[in-house]
Each structure stands twice: as structure tokens, then as C-alpha cells.
Design a protein around this ligand. Structure first.
Ligand code: G6P
Length: 566
């Protein structure tokens, strides 16, 4: 049986045991067996998952399921849905799944069913978005508000951006969004302010300030910039704020202090982690304003569908569980530290960035940890470096590395139907077919490789054979959706969110806190104070300010080069 081991030495043994368990047979041989398809593919409501190209055998698969059982995975999943405070370092329940529960479902947090609260906010969003879209709610000068700028960062940005990008060219969504614009402002870089506000008339624009805490420096500065900077108040006066600025937050007190009427604030709760918040008002409000509430309901229904599957399906058929187990197998047992998420869908272009944050970003932010939930140093490698780009673009950049360099498990995501079908008469296949030919080919190229004998048979010059050899045996999972729709985007989101939870449970770490981002924030606050003081007193920064010599030199060079302030 494979175990994680509780000491580094045991973990090393586990890793070599993992490698030892790997069949000496190359994937190219194993993949000839038709029964592998039956054993290692699953289909849930339009989400087809093929993990035949993973480095597993039926025995390893069984051992992974045993590992899940011995880690008490089913109980841990039940504990999460049951509202246990599994985010123990913040003493919070983890119930983002309640955000998409049906009105008649229950999710109990501290003895209270929170689903009615969720639906109260959803109804408020429905109402408000319909008023804005119909023109019943207008701007200060009487114009319809057809533009939305959502200001937020991290989880208050990446999820909504991912979903918006995914739905932009869905035919129905496109129709619903006609004549409207949805933009995001995240980076504190003033160039991002310029990009987000460029060409937007404040008279026709609604600003949604999205921040769970309502204290995040970047978001608050950007919100003040949109309000007082070159824009809203300057052009329309202070009174316009009431009609042009609304907020999404768990901190309604600070929303009011900022000068936004709490009536125009949409709440959520501390049992929703920031990076898991896209199905709260964080995503629902901007998306409902842009696409209409019904489309967002379809997205929520997709997430609910996979949540239920995750809660109910046996481990061996449970897609998030299987994805989590395979990640643990690849990273902890086989020592593969990265994962490439490769959507063969331009609509899913922002999915890798969102998952970086959900998985160890919520993969790297959630699972990028070094201690267990009890604070002990982990004895094994946990967390994965997640990166990715849509195919085929990635093929022309980093795929060289994954074909012939490091072994990086890949997750290919494709769809049967395109949102935008193009078929040129003179071409053998449609444009979407062409895209998907690559989706099929790349997974096989990684798994099957190309050896010296094949190259010799093609009369490859001997000196080029080492360069043209592909070792193959490189793992990947292929996910095939019927189409990229609001529903399937919700399914995909839930699949990955829940898979992160599984990995956290198996690694016994807290996938729901993010202390790792705090140190940088504290240091930035110190730098801010020192730069301000240096400017006011016209002095140089020195080591007395508590910086190391290289930072003193860097900051002084910056300050010197910037007068006047810009
Ligand atoms: O929504 P906010 O409170 O503004 O927080 C924005 C982001 O801040 C930090 O980076 C957290 O680590 C993220 O999880 C969070 O999403």
C-alpha cells in the first residue's frame, strides 16, 4: 500500500516506492490495451475525462483509492459540506458550495442554514441587475448605465474575469450583452486604470468595487482613483457616487465608510474564501449586469451539478477526487512539481490563471504550503506550480520543454462544439477541427513519444537522432466538454475547486487560508511610509530606515529618477 509517510525518510521511500510501482512498461505499450479506455475514462453529465495517459496501472489506481480511503477522504468531504470549521487557522467553515445550492437545499454553518441568506443576495442581484439593464436605474444625468467596471484583485478578480472571458462569444450570452461593456481593474499600476477606463463615459458607467475585506490596498486605491481621480466625481460631482458606485463585500461597515450606501452593497460571508468567491456576489453581480441574471443562473447550476457529483459519487467515479488523486500521485509520489493546464479553447484562456490562484495559487495560493493543518513541517512535497496557455499558442512556446525536457503532467481541456464555428470551403476540416486535431495529437505525442528505431526507419541522419528523439511516457489527462457554455463553465469551475479540496485533504494541509501572501503586504506598507517621509522631508533613504543596502540603493535610484513625482 502507498502512504504519504510521516517523516522525510518515509516520504523518500514513498517516492521511490511510487516510482517502483510504476510499470516498467512504457505508456505506448499500455495504451494499446482497449480495456484501459474502460478502466480509466469517466463521463459525468457532458464532462468526459480520459486519464488513460497517466502513469498508472490498474494496481496503482487501486492503491490510490486505498490511499483516499485511509486518509478518510469521504468523511472529510462530508465535513466540508457539513459546515465543519475545516479552515482551522481562521476558524471558519468552507462552504463556497452553498453559494450555488438550490433554494430548497440546506447548508448549515454554526447551526444556521445559510442557503436562504445566499438566495436573498441572489434575488437582490437579480432585481438590481434587471433595473440597470432595463434602464429603470439610471446614472446621475439620466443616461442608461451600459458599462460596468469591476474593481478588485486576486479572488475578487480572476474568477469573474475567467467566466467573463469564457462567455463572451457564447451566442446567447453575446446577444444578452449586446451594447454593453464589462471591464476589470485589478492592478494598482496606473496604466491598468488607463486601460480599464479608456473611452468610457462616466455618465453611462457603473463601478462595482469588489473586495471581501474592503481593505485591500490595490482595490481601495483604484476605487478612490475612479471616484476622485480623473474620473467620476470630477466629471459628475460627488452626488453621482450614489448612482454610479456599488460594492461587493463581507465588510459592509467599511463599504459605508467609503461612502457607498449599504443598500447598494451586495454581501457574502466569511465562510467563502476570496479565491473561491466567484459564485458569490463577487462574480454574480458583474456577470449578471453584463449577461443578465438567467445566464448566471445557468453557470451556478453547472457548479451545483458537479458539487452534487462530488458529494455523492463513489470515489472511483468521482471526477474531482480522481483529479486530486492523480495530482498527488504525480507530485508527491513521482516527484513532478508542476502541472500545465492547456485549454484548447480561447474562451478558457483565463482558466489557468484563475486555477493558479485557486489551486496551489487555489493550487498555488491554497496548496502552496509547507506545514500540515496542525502546523508540522510536511514530510513530502505538496503543492504544484501551475501554468498554462491556450492551445495552440502554447505549442509555439513552452511545449518544447514538456515534450523533451522536464516531465510536466498536462491537463488538456477541449470541447466538441465551438462557440464560433468557421468552415472554409477549400479547407479539409473546420477551424475548430484544426484546433482539436492538436488537442488529440499533443496528448499522444507526450505519451507515445518517438524512439530511435522509428527515426532510423525514416532515414534520419544518425547525428540528429538524439535531438529528434521523444522519450514519451509523459502523463496527461484529457477533459472533453460538449461545449463551452455557462453551465459547463460552472461544471469546470467546481471540478477544479473541489479537486483542490481533495488535494488539501490528502496532503493534510489547509487549502483554505493564505498566510503566505501577508509578509509582502507588510513590507510594502513599510516602504510606502518611508517613501512618503523621504519625499516630504526631501531626504534619501538610508539603512537607518531598516532596509538592506541593495534596497536602499534601489529606492534612492527610483526616487532620484522621479522628480517631479510621476
Ligand atoms: O477581496 P479582497 O479582500 O480585496 O482580497 C483580494 C485578495 O487578497 C489577497 O491576495 C488574498 O490572498 C486573496 O485570496 C484575495 O482574493
Amino acid at each position: 500500500m502507498i502512504t504519504m509517510g510521516s517523516t522525510r525518510a518515509e516520504a523518500r521511500v514513498a517516492t521511490s516506492a511510487g516510482q517502483g510501482l510504476l510499470s516498467s512498461r512504457h505508456l505506448k505499450d499500455q495504451l494499446q490495451e482497449p480495456e484501459r479506455v474502460g478502466a480509466f475514462t469517466r463521463d459525468h453529465n457532458g464532462v468526459y475525462m480520459d486519464f488513460t495517459r497517466q502513469n498508472i496501472t490498474p494496481e496503482i489506481f487501486q492503491q490510490l483509492l486505498d490511499l483516499a480511503a485511509s486518509a478518510g477522504l469521504e468523511d472529510k468531504i462530508a465535513g466540508m459540506f457539513g459546515g465543519k470549521h475545516i479552515n482551522s487557522t481562521e476558524d471558519r467553515a468552507v462552504l463556497h458550495t452553498a453559494l450555488r445550492a438550490a433554494a430548497d437545499e440546506e447548508a448549515i454553518v454554526d447551526g444556521k442554514n445559510v442557503v436562504p441568506d445566499v438566495h436573498e443576495v441572489l434575488n437582490k442581484i437579480k432585481d438590481f441587475s434587471e433595473q440597470v439593464r432595463s434602464g429603470a436605474w439610471r446614472g446621475a444625468t439620466g443616461k442608461k448605465l451600459s458599462n460596468v467596471v469591476a474593481i478588485g484583485i486576486g479572488g475578487s478578480y480572476l474568477g469573474p474575469l475567467f467566466v467573463h472571458t469564457a462567455l463572451t462569444y457564447d451566442k446567447d450570452c453575446q446577444e444578452q450583452a449586446q451594447g454593453r461593456q464589462l471591464r476589470f481593474l485589478a492592478n494598482v499600476d496606473p496604466v491598468d486604470v488607463a486601460t480599464a477606463l479608456d473611452g468610457l463615459n462616466p455618465e453611462e458607467t457603473l463601478v462595482v468595487v469588489v473586495s471581501k475585506t474592503f481593505t485591500t490596498t490595490e482595490t481601495m486605491l483604484n476605487a478612490r482613483t475612479a471616484r476622485y481621480g480623473e474620473w467620476l466625481v470630477q466629471e459628475l460631482g460627488e452626488a453621482a457616487v450614489a448612482k454610479h458606485m456599488v460594492a461587493v463585500s463581507t465588510n459592509l461597515k467599511l463599504v459605508e465608510e467609503f461612502g457607498i450606501d449599504p443598500k447598494n452593497a451586495f454581501g457574502f460571508w466569511d465562510w467563502v474564501g476570496g479565491r473561491y468567491s466567484v459564485t458569490s456576489a463577487v462574480g454574480v453581480l458583474p456577470l449578471a449586469l453584463h449577461y443578465g441574471f438567467e445566464k448566471v443562473e445557468e453557470f451556478l447550476a453547472g457548479a451545483r451539478d458537479v458539487d452534487r457529483h462530488f458529494r455523492q459519487a463513489p470515489l472511483k467515479d468521482n471526477l474531482p477526487v480522481l483529479m486530486g488523486l492523480l495530482s498527488v500521485w504525480n507530485s508527491t509520489f513521482l516527484g513532478r512539481p508542476a502541472v500545465a493546464i492547456l485549454p484548447y479553447s480561447q474562451a478558457l484562456a483565463k482558466f489557468p490563471a484563475h486555477i493558479q490562484q485557486v489551486q496551489p495559487v487555489v493550487s498555488m495560493e491554497s496548496l502552496g504550503k509547507r506545514v500540515s493543518i496542525d502546523g508540522d513541517t510536511l514530510s513530502f512535497e505538496a503543492g504544484e506550480i501551475i501554468f498554462g496557455e491556450p492551445g495552440t499558442n502554447g505549442q509555439h512556446s513552452f511545449y518544447q520543454l514538456i515534450h523533451q525536457g522536464r516531465i510536466i503532467p498536462a491537463e488538456f481541456i477541449g470541447s466538441i462544439k465551438s462557440q464560433h464555428s468557421i468552415y472554409l470551403k477549400a479547407q479539409p476540416v473546420s477551424n475548430h477541427d484544426e484546433l482539436m486535431c492538436n488537442y488529440f495529437a499533443q496528448a499522444d505525442a507526450l505519451a507515445l513519444g518517438k524512439d530511435a528505431a522509428q527515426l532510423e526507419a525514416e532515414n534520419t541522419p544518425a547525428d540528429l537522432i538524439p535531438h529528434k528523439t521523444f522519450t514519451g511516457n509523459r502523463p496527461s489527462t484529457s477533459i472533453l466538454l460538449d461545449a463551452v457554455t455557462p453551465f459547463s463553465v460552472g461544471q469546470l469551475l467546481s471540478l477544479y475547486e473541489n479537486r483542490v479540496a481533495v488535494q488539501g485533504f490528502l496532503w493534510d494541509l489547509n487549502a483554505f487560508d493564505q498566510w503566505g501572501v501577508e509578509l509582502g503586504k507588510v513590507l510594502a506598507t513599510k516602504v510606502r511610509g518611508k517613501i512618503h517621509a523621504a519625499r516630504v522631508d526631501k531626504h534619501q533613504i538610508s539603512e537607518k530606515d531598516g532596509f538592506i543596502p541593495s534596497t536602499v540603493t534601489l529606492i534612492n535610484r527610483y526616487l532620484k529618477g522621479k522628480s517631479p513625482v510621476a
